[in-house]
Write a protein that binds this ligand. Structure first.
Ligand code: XMP
Length: 316
């Protein structure tokens, strides 16, 4: 029967058998799968692992520091790459959602490739592919691929590594259990999914440093609030969106003309369909007050009460 202790020993032995004394490259996204894989590989091959975390400037408040603080002390050979300027330059003036995704995917490959050359050569590329991903890609282009999800495909031939995918037979819950035993902190282990293109697809239209900074502060208030009020684990995903709508408001005896932020929280089993989370009105009131008081660029907060379908979870 399945116990996480047992499976960890088995996965470590399998990785060691596959990799021998080869060198392994891993892209860390900051999510539970790649972080847990980093810990497992550190246990299996130690310094033969190089884990690359690309900061594309589209992360949430404090995220880079949290990932570093979680993985480095547990022995993961982690390289953080500051690629913020190149992503911002590539996204300058781009407002189409699919175009944003394509550019971010392309820049990600470019940055990853550069680091692979700088720290290489490597023999293996590790990926946190789970069993449901295996099934989904076997099924081809389904509804799940309506939005062009990016991952580390498309590397050039001279970087054609052999793949190491220790989680191919596992489900998310099993990875979370392994993560717990390997010491991954709960705030990463139990984290909601976060899209690869990050805050770029939650900052509607063309992005800017200023807009990302506004969104980052709104998102942090909402997500911290959900945790504080014990509502986080009951949602499958929660997010803040910065809309391009500016509207009139009043602050003291001044008129304001500022942005509208939207909050969205959903419950779902598979992210293919979703219900909007029935968060308590009092909680929403508290969030709204905190946001308009602390983020002066926002004078209006709305809560998204649309299911999927017809809406998607993200707004872009
Ligand atoms: P939608 O918005 O399609 O989202 O209802 C379903 C789930 O997929 C995530 N998502 C993405 N993840 N790259 C990703 O890695 C993307 O481009 C992307 N678009 C959506 C979304 O956060 C939700 O969990």
């Amino acid at each position: 029967d399945w116990t996480a202790e047992h499976i960890i020993d088995e996965l470590v032995a399998d990785v060691q058998a596959q990799v021998g004394d080869g060198r392994v490259l891993l892209a860390i996204s900051g999510g539970v799968d790649s972080s847990t894989l980093g810990l497992l590989l550190a246990k299996a091959v130690g310094e033969k692992l190089t884990a690359v975390f690309i900061d594309h400037g589209l992360l949430r408040l404090g995220e880079r520091e949290q990932v570093e603080a979680a993985l480095k002390p547990l022995g993961v050979n982690l390289v953080t790459v500051d690629a913020r300027a190149e992503f911002m330059a590539a996204l300058d003036g781009v407002s189409d959602p699919e175009q944003k995704r394509k550019i971010i995917g392309r820049e990600f490959i470019r940055a990853f490739e550069r680091e692979a050359r700088a720290y290489g050569p490597f023999d293996f590329l590790a990926q946190g592919t789970l069993y449901p991903d295996v099934i989904e890609s076997a099924g081809g282009e389904g509804a799940a691929n309506i939005k062009s999800h990016h991952n580390v495909g498309g590397l050039p031939d001279d970087l054609a590594f052999k793949l190491v995918e220790p989680f191919r037979t596992l489900f998310k819950d099993e990875v979370r259990e392994i993560a717990r035993l390997l010491g991954l902190p709960d705030h990463i282990r139990m984290r909601h999914p976060f899209p690869g293109p990050g805050l770029a697809i939650r900052c509607l239209g063309a992005i800017s440093e200023e807009k990302l900074d506004i969104l980052r502060r709104v998102d942090d208030i909402f997500i911290s609030g959900l945790r504080e009020f014990g509502l986080y684990d009951g949602c499958s995903q929660a997010l803040a969106i910065l809309t391009p709508i500016q509207s009139v408001g009043v602050m003291g005896d001044e008129r304001t003309y500022s942005y509208t932020a939207a909050l969205r929280a959903v419950t779902t089993d598979d992210f293919m369909t979703a219900e909007w989370a029935r968060l308590p009105y009092d909680f929403l009131a508290t969030m709204s007050n905190r946001i308009v008081n602390q983020v002066h660029e926002i004078n209006r907060v709305v809560y998204d009460i649309t299911g999927k379908p017809p809406a998607t979870i993200e707004w872009e």
